[in-house]
Ligand binder design. Structure first.
Ligand code: TYD
Length: 229
């Protein structure tokens, strides 16, 4: 029997800078394509034309004097825009939305890293984002030293190649990232049904296989894949 309008599916990826999200997002995209599923991807901050301007302000090293509350407000300004412009319509049309960072990043970076706390982040998420929750969040947690070395290397290369300076967060001290990581772990513990943590020094292919297994289960549960495929 043909089912009624399929529910959209909202997947988010989280982790420290340099945690391997980009590679895993690409591999998940190839996996979804292999099933011919309708999916889109967005990233935060950015992903809309208004969001790209917010991103430039947020990530530029020259924005060094930005107050933590300003930073928090801009992350949510960006998110409110991308939800209205892209995420909500795609979910309403029954699509799969894969998002590179969402409110867990704000809780980890601004709540944890900048020490603004979780409460204000969760409150703003509820007020400004309709408390939209992902169906599944993949949290990548390779050893912190590896992530940071990769992120700092990458930013230097990007800047040399494109002239774009997106290094404001990568320039933070290790203590900042330890607080971010601790908050990610706290979120994973609190939201253990939603968050799948991939912890430790795992090979790319092993991480990809675990993500695919979990996503496939969810796709079957929500009717995006039927018995026959
Ligand atoms: P980006 O280049 O997208 O980093 P990555 O490829 O590692 O995801 O930069 C996003 C930066 O913004 C990253 O350092 C994390 C930070 N960030 C926050 O601090 N709060 C947020 O809510 C989001 C979405 C990102």
């Amino acid at each position: 029997m043909q089912s009624a309008q399929k529910q959209g599916l909202f997947l988010t990826f989280e982790g420290l800078d340099g945690s391997g999200k980009t590679t895993q997002l690409r591999l998940l995209g190839e996996f979804l394509d292999s099933w011919n599923l309708p999916w889109i991807s967005v990233r935060q901050p950015g992903g809309t034309s208004i969001g790209d301007k917010i991103r430039a302000l947020l990530l530029d090293s020259k924005s060094a004097g930005m107050a933590p509350m300003t930073e928090l407000a801009m992350m949510f300004a960006d998110r409110a825009q991308v939800i209205q412009e892209i995420i909500a319509p795609a979910l309403a049309a029954g699509k799969i939305v894969v998002c590179d960072r969402f409110t867990d990043s704000t809780e980890a970076y601004q709540g944890g890293g900048r020490q603004l706390g979780s409460e204000i982040v969760l409150d703003l998420h509820s007020r400004l984002c309709g408390n939209l929750q992902p169906d599944l969040t993949i949290l990548l947690l390779p050893p912190i030293e590896k992530s940071l070395a990769r992120a700092r290397r990458r930013n230097t290369t990007t800047q040399a190649q494109t002239g774009r300076d997106e290094g404001r967060f990568e320039a933070e001290q290790d203590a900042f990232f330890r607080r971010v990581e601790a908050k990610f772990r706290e979120i994973a513990h609190r939201e253990h049904f939603r968050v799948e943590s991939l912890d430790g020094d795992l090979h790319i292919s092993e991480v990809a296989a675990r993500i695919q297994k979990r996503v496939e289960l969810l796709l079957r549960e929500k009717g995006h894949l039927s018995q026959g495929n």
